[in-house]
Design a binder for this molecule. Structure first.
Ligand SMILES: O=C(O)CNC(=O)[C@H](CS)NC(=O)CCC(=O)C(=O)O
Length: 290
């Protein structure tokens, strides 16, 4: 039996990087004081503002140990930057591992970034980097028009991180609508799934809980969903409701509307019990890998 306390952060990011990072530091500090050994931080945590701003703050990321070097031309000799350095210090100070959802990483071409999800260990080292595969290009009935692919280059690799409780599958926001990604993460050993998000209010009120619980149930895995909430630079509204869900689909902890955090225990025996008693992962026929 192994139990690990984990946390998810909910915040209202703006175009003010310094203010956003202070909020992250405060909420991660509180979650760690509550015992969390891994804390998931939402998409756009460092910056949520006019498009060009994210290009200016984008940083290069180191290749995590053991992974193939990135082939981005002209990469700096010492990757990283002030935001990654500060988050590394936060991990060390709080003693908690961090999952930095929606880290703005420099893209291969000028004018583009990647929407990365970075796993940082408690010593401040980058251990895994996932890059958002599915990009949110939509024109919703309420007038919300977003074209993520205008500034973001999509990733293509599935990434599973080594967390204190076992394997954690990485994803970002809109990815949650693509169940095949999570099945792939489970095939790579994941028992928990990180979904750092900035879900719109319009879609979130109808889809957020349903999608997250469905992913937990069908992947028979914990789901750690960090969230943006409230109004951003007078133009966008996020749904909030950061939550932690167990492999049965039960919501263990959930934030309300405002900034805050939620914590819950990951218990590996619960994963074993659910997967053992209702072996739907083993009953797969279509696309089964084992
Ligand atoms: O572009 C930025 O600055 C920050 N990025 C985001 O907020 C991203 C892409 S626009 N948001 C989502 O993926 C929301 C998905 C969603 O709401 C749904 O699937 O319903």
């Amino acid at each position: 039996m192994m139990k690990t306390k984990v946390g998810v952060v909910q915040m209202t990011s703006t175009g003010d990087v310094e203010a956003n990072l202070r909020t992250v530091e405060r909420l991660v500090g509180e979650a760690a004081a509550d015992g969390a050994k891994l804390v998931v931080i939402p998409e756009c945590f460092a910056y949520l503002g006019p498009e060009n701003g994210k290009l200016e703050i984008a940083e290069e990321l180191p290749s995590p140990e053991g992974s193939a070097p990135l082939s981005t031309p002209g990469r700096a000799a010492t990757p990283g930057g002030p935001i990654l350095a500060r988050m590394g210090e936060l991990a060390k100070r709080s003693g908690a591992q961090l999952v930095l959802g929606g880290f703005w990483e420099k893209g291969a071409s000028a004018g583009k970034v990647r929407n990365a999800c970075v796993h940082v260990d408690e010593h401040g080292a980058v251990r895994a980097v996932y890059r958002k595969i599915h990009l949110f290009d939509v024109d919703l009935p309420d007038g919300t028009k977003l074209e993520e692919s205008a500034t973001v280059e999509p990733g293509s690799e599935l990434v599973v991180a080594d967390a204190p409780f076992g394997k954690l599958g990485l994803s970002v926001c809109y990815d949650v609508r693509f169940p095949e990604l999570y099945r792939g993460l489970v095939d790579r050993g994941a028992i928990a799934l990180a979904v750092p998000a900035a879900f719109t209010l319009t879609t979130g009120k109808d889809h957020w809980h349903v999608l997250l619980r469905a992913r937990a149930i069908e992947a028979q895995s914990y789901v750690l969903a960090a969230a943006q909430t409230g109004h951003h630079f007078g133009q966008r509204r996020s749904y909030g409701h950061a939550l932690i869900c167990d492999p049965w689909g039960t919501i263990l902890a959930e934030c309300g509307e405002g900034e805050g955090f939620a914590t819950a225990w990951i218990d590996t025996t619960v994963v074993e019990k659910v997967r053992g008693s209702l072996p739907s992962l083993r009953h797969r026929v279509i696309g089964a890998t084992r």
